[in-house]
Design a protein around this ligand. Structure first.
Ligand code: AMP
Ligand code: MG
Length: 409
């Protein structure tokens, strides 16, 4: 058996980020920037009002309430028709350019207008620059808006659009093929003949891939047959940036995925017995002249899920150009006993985590455990990492990986 870290390093060392592509801002959401974006336009581009009110000269208000002559109106999108002179006010709406000569805005709530003589009473003393937005306040020319390696967020798309940009260079979003293997598997919709089971892994992985920001590609179900597995995996290697197969990597009579991997990966594949539970058998290699990573995960659905989290997701994040590959892990307080016997393995236990009134994260085991009991753990939001030993008691602290850490997307 090898340690989890060794297996993970073996995979990560054999991957590099995918090449850069230019995509629309919308397509770039969640991708990783492959070059910095520097501002070429100041935002705001011109002095404008941050309030609905009156543009004035601050000096005119220095002695307290003052009545000024209203000489025009300027709306957002307008160009002021004239300069503002001493003793004058121009009605102005939020976002409208400040007329030359004006240097402050009085908000409408602090004015009383008198339409009969086109005047307005400014009720307060204003400071120069009050309620004026200045060019470059938000974005200065030359400012780095997105650094290489940062994840493009919705708000950043707003900033880029504010520069008039419509596309961005990002690492290509990995296209990831998913193949289920096993003579026992029936596709959804198909009648379930005796001895057959439904395929849970492929729909689950396709969905987990999408949740993690990758593009899932369905490669279907292969029989426990070397030629069928070889053909489907080879097709996946041509079409995709990475391929995941489930089932057939253990020591059973028809566990052919590991030998197919050895074949299509031209000697680069490694079959591992990882010191973790579930998910002990794991295979990885690079096919397609070394360029396409192929993962062989165990078929039990809980094992598939755990192996995906421990090995596949970090690896795919590297392909996508992410700097942070791992999920957030936090030391959490155990609310129930977690039994285990020494067996040299890291146990990964699905748990429910929540913020306790004491301000710390607490965890409780998600009902029954067994690598085939997917429904029992499907709602869990975290994986407790139980080191080798005799188990834990309530109140003990356990390192726990958050399965829904949105901040680290
Ligand atoms: P294997 O890794 O091929 O030995 O499969 C281990 C267990 O997982 C067996 O009970 C299989 O029937 C089951 N299994 C394999 N693939 C799937 C799948 N795609 N969906 C649900 N269960 C599966
Ligand atoms: Mg099988």
């Amino acid at each position: 058996m090898i340690e989890v870290d060794e297996a993970r390093s073996f995979v990560l060392e054999r991957l590099t980020p995918l090449p850069s592509v230019r995509v629309t801002l919308e397509e770039g959401l969640g991708c990783v920037a492959s070059e910095p974006i520097v501002a070429t336009e100041p935002v705001p581009g011109f002095r404008n009002s941050s309030m609905d009110g009156y543009a004035v000269r601050a000096a005119d208000t220095a002695n307290g309430p003052v009545r000024l002559r209203v000489v025009g109106t300027v709306l957002a999108g307008d160009v002021p028709e004239r300069r503002l002179e001493a003793g004058e006010a121009i009605r102005i709406m939020t976002g409208a350019p400040i007329p030359d000569g004006a240097d402050a805005v009085c908000m409408i709530e602090e004015t009383t207008d008198d339409p009969s003589d086109h005047s307005v009473l400014i009720s307060r003393v204003l400071e120069e620059g009050q309620f004026v937005r200045f060019p470059g306040d938000d974005v200065a020319v030359g400012q780095v808006l997105i650094a290489t390696g940062s994840v493009v967020t919705g708000a950043q798309i707003g900033v880029l659009a504010g520069q008039g940009l419509s596309s961005i260079s990002v690492h290509r979003r990995p296209r990831v093929g998913v193949l289920s293997t096993g003579d026992e598997l029936a596709s959804s919709g198909e009648a379930l003949a005796k001895g057959k089971i439904r395929d849970s892994n492929r729909p689950m992985l396709l969905a987990l891939l999408r949740e993690s920001g990758f593009t899932p590609i369905d490669l279907g179900i292969a029989c426990d047959d070397i030629d069928d597995i070889t053909a489907r995996l080879s097709q996946g290697v041509i079409e995709c940036d990475a391929v995941i197969a489930t089932g057939g990597v253990s020591v059973g009579d028809v566990d052919f995925v590991k030998s197919v991997l050895a074949d299509i990966c031209e000697g680069t594949a490694r079959w591992m017995q990882v010191a973790m539970r579930p998910g002990k058998p794991f295979a990885f290699g690079n096919a397609g002249h070394g360029s396409t990573p192929v993962f062989g995960l165990p078929g039990n659905p809980v094992s598939t899920r755990v192996s995906f989290e421990m090995f596949v997701r970090p690896a795919l994040r590297r392909l996508a150009g992410h700097r942070m590959l791992e999920r957030t892990t936090i030391n959490m307080v155990l609310d129930c006993p977690l039994a285990r016997k020494p067996d040299g393995k890291l146990h990964l236990v699905h748990v429910d985590s929540r913020i306790h009134p004491d301000g710390r994260m607490h965890i409780e085991s998600a009902s029954r455990h067994g690598s085939h009991l997917l429904s029992a753990v499907a709602k869990a939001n975290a994986l407790a990492m139980i080191p080798d030993g005799d188990g834990f008691e309530p109140g003990d602290i356990v390192r726990t990986l958050l399965l829904d850490d949105e901040a680290n997307n």
